[in-house]
Design a protein around this ligand. Structure first.
Ligand code: AMP
Ligand code: ZN
Ligand code: FE
Ligand code: FE
Length: 277
């Protein structure tokens, strides 16, 4: 068991990743992962497809989702794990996010149209609005396709990033409410990539919330960036989790499995999941 590795954070085409659920599980098997959680933004749609593939390939796939939440006017991502996939509470929260995301995307497209950037005929963007947990990366990719920007980065920098001309804020779902739903559904709540929170003041406030764990090992960050979060989790008796935040071609520098957890951590999630499913 000593070579056991599980990546607890990755995305598929159900949100803004570029590989399908099947392809992500196949990639996990190909690189020798034995455990995985797929954590799409605000959706668990990948599991219907991914579960039979994981079973066939001998990968333990634990339920997961990355919820978008807001605390003190700051976007905070919260990972939920080990909840029953048929939980009406989790499914209900995902539905609320889906409606919000669709509306927000349409408002962004209106703003872009006012600037002469017309994406209304981009069939793959329209498909994403209907079927996926659509987000700004989908809009940015469509802007690259129609030639109005050269890169996703440029789309965020000039138009879609916070405070830019076509940025549309979301009706917030608070971190407190998100944690309450996860707990009521029987799941475990983990603060995603605390490294990326922009302000210390917000971070200290967020850390007062009743999390069960913290994503201390993240993407390609090294021990220097991760240790603070390991120490905080250890002090509080929180789970110390980790994952790559793999998005495929959408973030080509981050490979699946670059951050991971060992058997001991995965076992905590797995036992929690098995008891509740
Ligand atoms: P949304 O969920 O629509 O608010 O979009 C947020 C997602 O956009 C994040 O999870 C990132 O994957 C991506 N993102 C945010 N900022 C940037 C940026 N500057 N360049 C590229 N991708 C970004
Ligand atoms: Zn993403
Ligand atoms: Fe995130
Ligand atoms: Fe993520």
């Amino acid at each position: 068991m000593s070579d056991f590795r599980a990546d607890l954070h990755c995305h598929t085409t159900c949100s803004d990743g570029s590989l399908s659920p099947t392809q992500v599980v196949e990639r996990a098997a190909a690189i020798g992962l034995q455990g995985l959680s797929i954590t799409d933004h605000d959706t668990i749609a990948a599991y219907a497809e991914a579960l039979p593939v994981a079973q066939k390939l001998g990968i333990s796939l634990v339920s997961g989702v990355e919820f978008s939440a807001v605390h003190a006017d700051t976007n905070v991502h919260i990972l939920a794990y080990a909840f029953p996939l048929d939980s009406p509470l989790i499914q209900g929260l995902c539905e609320r996010h889906h409606a919000r995301r669709r509306q927000r995307c349409c408002r962004i497209l209106e703003r872009l149209a006012q600037k002469g950037i017309d994406l209304q005929r981009d069939s793959s963007l329209l498909h994403a609005i209907e079927t996926s947990s659509v987000g700004r990366p989908h809009v940015a990719a469509a802007m690259v396709r129609n030639g109005s920007v050269r890169s996703i980065e440029e789309a965020f920098k000039r138009y879609l990033g916070e405070g830019r001309s076509c940025y549309v804020s979301v009706d917030p779902i608070t971190a407190e409410e998100t944690l309450a739903v996860i707990h009521e559904a029987g799941g475990l709540a983990v603060l995603a990539h605390p490294h990326l929170l922009p302000e210390e003041r917000v971070l200290l406030d967020v850390l007062k919330l009743p999390f069960d764990g913290i994503e201390a090992y993240y993407a390609r960050f090294g021990q220097y960036r991760n240790q603070r979060w390991v120490d905080i989790a250890a002090q509080r008796g929180w789970l110390i989790t980790g994952g790559s935040d793999f998005h495929g071609e959408a973030k080509p520098q981050i490979a699946l499995g670059v951050s991971w957890v060992n058997a001991e951590v995965f076992q905590v999630l797995w036992e929690h999941y098995e008891v509740r499913s």
